[in-house]
Design a protein around this ligand. Structure first.
Ligand SMILES: NC(=O)c1ccc[n+]([C@@H]2O[C@H](COP(=O)([O-])OP(=O)(O)OC[C@H]3O[C@@H](n4cnc5c(N)ncnc54)[C@H](O)[C@@H]3O)[C@@H](O)[C@H]2O)c1
Ligand SMILES: CC(C)C[C@H](N)C(=O)O
Length: 364
């Protein structure tokens, strides 16, 4: 892999490779863009088959955080970490503390939080070594696990997508397919079930499926069968790149709206959804509840303030559909445009010289 070519392609600022033989830590921190502020993005722990796959994931996810944070109106840039390893077998205290020390070494250019495979307990270990971590235990005055808040944001984003697709944002009686019933999607299913939606779920983890079947009366299907179900809305809540050449022709839904990052395998798959009249709620906007919540910690966490901001996801998604229609572009492009324009505007206003840096975020 030609790493500098990759970095130039989307103008990545920095890739940091972290290795600690003692604990087995192998981590890649990707800092994509810090125009708006320090790069905030979670840490994913995953058993990648190859190092190339891990690097690809880190950079795709890091760039997604730049767009997510910008679109959410946060004064934060974008970055992400991947740790190579099996989250069920390879974790230890020393690993997360070693990782925390690497983060500390970046002196605030990167702030972490949870992602797939990491937990509040892992963040607490990182916090032993650095303050540049969010989503730590509420006992520290922090916001804790971001997943339930991501789920809430996703729920109201699905309602905004339903308004666009069906002319009514009620989910009562709608059939919704949910791919992956993990941390985010379990709580999402709870909201959907309460509103009277019918759920069809899948997961590679049987226990997760059983829980959704028992708790919400969901119908379970095999992982490969989730795309072809007769349903109204598809909510991808597992891994990325699931909207692709194989899956699009199988879809019978009117909308795709879920929490997974990087849902479109390639941008052209967003064009394909548009061409088929399938409403697509851009992933980095609908799933921004978690980062909005953890980012609030940087000002001294206030749940009410954070939730108010999470609720703006409904209007953001609605606005994206408006821009999409106004400018004749697919929704994924409208979302990109919204984020890029904000970064550009802030960049221009910061070109004035200012002696003391008023905008540096104060830490707890
Ligand atoms: N946790 C958050 O706050 C947050 C915020 C924003 C975005 N996201 C994104 O949302 C998605 C879910 O995050 P999470 O925190 O719930 O993760 P999680 O690991 O708790 O849940 C993911 C679930 O997907 C299942 N899964 C994996 N591959 C699958 C497949 N091929 N088919 C079916 N199921 C599969 C896993 O078994 C797991 O139960 C991820 O893409 C994540 O990046 C999460
Ligand atoms: C900062 C975190 C809450 C990041 C989250 N995993 C996301 O992808 O948005």
């Amino acid at each position: 892999m030609k790493i500098f070519d990759k970095m130039e392609e989307h103008d990545y600022e920095q890739l940091v490779f972290c290795q600690d033989k003692n604990s087995g830590l192998k981590a890649i921190i990707c800092i994509h863009d810090t125009t708006l502020g320090p790069a905030l993005g979670g840490t994913r722990m995953w058993n990648y088959d190859t190092e190339e796959e891990a690097i690809e994931d880190a950079i795709r996810l890091g760039r997604g955080m730049t767009y997510k944070n910008a679109a959410a109106g946060l004064n934060l840039g974008g970055g992400k970490t991947v740790i190579i390893g099996d989250p069920l077998k390879d974790k230890n205290e020393e690993m997360f503390r070693a990782f925390g020390r690497f983060i500390q070494g970046l002196n605030g250019r990167y702030i972490t939080a949870e992602d797939v495979g990491t937990t509040v307990a892992d963040m607490d270990l990182i916090h032993e070594e650095t303050d540049f971590v969010t989503g730590i235990s509420p006992a520290f005055g922090s916001s804790g696990n971001p997943s339930p808040v991501t789920a809430y944001g996703c729920y109201i984003g699905i309602k905004a997508a339903a308004l666009e697709a069906f002319g009514d944002d009620s989910l009562e009686g709608k059939t919704i397919t949910v791919q992956g019933v993990g941390n985010v999607a379990y709580t999402l299913c709870e909201y959907l079930h309460k509103e009277g939606a019918k759920l069809i779920v899948t997961d590679i983890n049987k226990e997760a499926v059983d829980r959704a079947v028992n708790d919400f009366g969901a119908v379970a299907v095999e992982p490969d069968d989730i795309y072809s179900q007769e349903a109204d809305i598809f909510a991808p809540c597992a891994m990325g790149a699931i909207i692709n050449d194989d899956t699009i022709p199988q879809l019978k839904v009117k909308a795709v709206a879920g929490s997974a990052n990087n849902q479109l395998k390639e941008e052209r798959h967003g064009d394909e959804l548009e061409a088929r009249g399938i409403v697509y709620a851009p992933d980095f906007v609908i799933n921004s509840g978690g980062v909005i919540n953890v980012a609030d910690e940087l000002y001294g966490y206030n749940n009410e303030r954070a939730m108010k901001r999470v609720e703006t996801i409904y209007d953001s998604i609605t606005r994206i559909f408006e821009i999409s229609k106004r400018d004749g572009i697919p929704s994924y492009q409208a979302a990109d445009r919204m984020a890029e324009e904000r970064i550009e505007r802030v960049h221009k206003s910061r070109s004035q010289f200012l002696r003391n840096e008023h905008n540096i975020i104060s830490r707890r």
